[in-house]
Design a protein around this ligand. Sequence first.
Ligand SMILES: Nc1nc2c(c(=O)[nH]1)N=C([C@H](O)[C@@H](O)CO)CN2
Length: 117
Amino acid sequence: MKDLVLIEGLHVDAVIGVYDWEKEILQNLVFDLEMAHDNRPAAATDDLSKTLDYEAISNFIKQYCLENTFELIETLAERLCAKLMDVFEFESILMTLRKPGAVSAARSVGVKIYRTR
Ligand SMILES: Nc1nc2c(c(=O)[nH]1)N=C([C@H](O)[C@@H](O)CO)CN2
């Protein structure tokens, strides 16, 4: 089992959706991330620069969602994972992206993708 760095329940507002009315409003999205990374070098040195900075990654996701609009949450998840892989040095990522307001009868709906280098 590999070490992981986690982000759970990251709430982000975004313009996202298939329908015209959705292109005029912000909707809440919730991200969960599991990123595989060897945590031993950071633990041995107590040095933030040797790990994945979950604060920096959270801020990156918020900024990306502010600057980009898509119809499908599948597209957002795929493109965001690709960008995160370019910028941050994890071995793999499991991203769950939920759109809690989309289906009123459901607690949440969403997608989950796993990408590796
Ligand atoms: N698999 C998906 N299904 C649907 C999506 C989506 O992004 N992925 N989006 C919509 C609409 O935008 C919906 O959220 C409006 O309530 C419908 N189905």
